[in-house]
Design a protein around this ligand. Structure first.
Ligand SMILES: *Cc1c(COP(=O)(O)O)cnc(C)c1O
Length: 353
């Protein structure tokens, strides 16, 4: 007998479709780095590499153990997007033939001491104020060490989803002005998904695309959610008007209702703060969360769902119920939901065909 479980099903065909759609915006002018940090945003890093070999020109990760894992699967460029934090990591990165970001003086010191200047991505702070050299500090390094070296100049946008945010124009200008001071062989990279979609003319030599591939970009309905999170109904009960459901009696019945309880809770990665009224899908019909998410269970109003029985699947997001919907209606972002699903949920990766 197999135990019931909630499932996270990942569809490689959707992933590939999203990538092709996004690459069309670039008209082959830029190389495509598939960002697969954090286990490919929860999609399974090895499977995603396997499914994207012909579509990606490189891969971006944060942890060196991720890079190690995929180096055996791909000889494409692999960028360590936060670079290295020790000499040992630097040596391993060189050994694995990784590209590394250098975002501060301490990291550049390690590079200098080893006197190896291959495969560097110099990260500039243009306003995000998180990582990256100030422009004047970078120019000193450039003039002293890099003016005859091939490398990539990069920066990261703080508000790429907001087409009208003034910060984008400020960041683009700082980056363009700096770019013009570089020698001819310096590659450049700004664009994440939001930038590709909103400012395709800022794509330069490399784009770094994460959330769009996975379908969590919310401003273009042609991009589809590649993950389905679904959970079986384990109980159905009738309740009366004014009855309360779940912890703290958060949800109060305005009429007689039918309540389904599903086998998924915050210990599976469904956030505790999911609100009453959040849409889910049962038997291709929309139902709504009713009551606070518990550790192992969530309660759903199925009063108006036809033919709903024990064992039916309740979908929290899928191709037909975009992950950005549940994210937006709960003041979350799709990145957070994707990377939050816990290991006890059964993960099924369906390779592209
Ligand atoms: C995560 C990350 C990206 C990808 O961003 P998306 O919004 O998911 O496309 C790009 N660049 C850097 C430096 C990142 O850390």
């Amino acid at each position: 007998m197999t135990a019931i479980n909630s499932e996270l099903i990942i569809d490689g065909n959707i992933l590939r479709k999203n990538i092709s759609y996004i690459k069309d915006k670039l008209k082959n002018k830029s190389k495509f780095m598939a960002i697969i940090k954090s286990d490919a945003y929860g999609h399974n890093i090895e499977e995603v590499v396997g499914d994207t070999k012909d579509l990606a020109d490189g891969y971006g990760v944060v942890r060196i153990d991720e890079a190690r894992k995929i180096r055996s699967l791909s000889d494409k460029k692999i960028l360590l997007m936060q670079g290295i934090y020790s000499n040992d990591e630097f040596l391993e990165a060189m050994d694995l033939n990784l590209d590394i970001v250098v975002h501060n003086q301490d990291q550049f010191q390690i590079v200098k001491e080893n006197n190896i200047f291959n495969n560097l991505w110099l990260k500039i702070n243009t306003g995000m104020n998180r990582l990256g050299f100030e422009i004047n500090d970078f120019m000193k390094i450039y003039n002293e060490f890099l003016s005859n070296k091939k490398f990539t100049l990069m920066t990261h946008l703080a508000a790429s989803n907001e087409k009208n945010a003034i910060s984008n124009q400020n960041q683009f200008k700082l980056f363009a002005d700096l770019s013009r001071k570089m020698h001819e062989d310096v590659d450049k990279s700004i664009a994440n998904t939001g930038c590709i979609m909103n400012f395709p003319d800022q794509s330069y030599d490399w784009v770094r695309c994460g959330i769009g591939m996975y379908g969590g970009y919310f401003k273009d309905s042609k991009i589809e959610t590649a993950m389905t999170l679904r959970s079986p109904i384990v109980n159905i009960r009738k309740i009366k008007k004014n009855d309360k459901v779940g912890y703290d009696g958060r949800a109060i019945a305005k009429n007689d209702m039918l309540i389904a309880t599903v086998y998924l809770g915050y210990a599976d990665g469904l956030p505790l703060n999911i609100k009453d009224g959040t849409d889910v899908m049962i038997n291709e019909q929309k139902a709504k969360v009713f009551g606070r998410v518990s550790m192992d269970l969530t309660t759903i109003d199925v009063t108006n769902i036809d033919d709903c029985v024990l064992g039916d699947w309740c979908e929290f997001f899928s191709k037909d119920l975009p992950i950005s919907n549940i994210a937006k209606s709960n003041d979350l972002i799709s990145y957070y939901l994707m990377t939050g699903i816990k290991s006890r949920v059964k993960k099924v990766y369906k390779r592209a065909n």
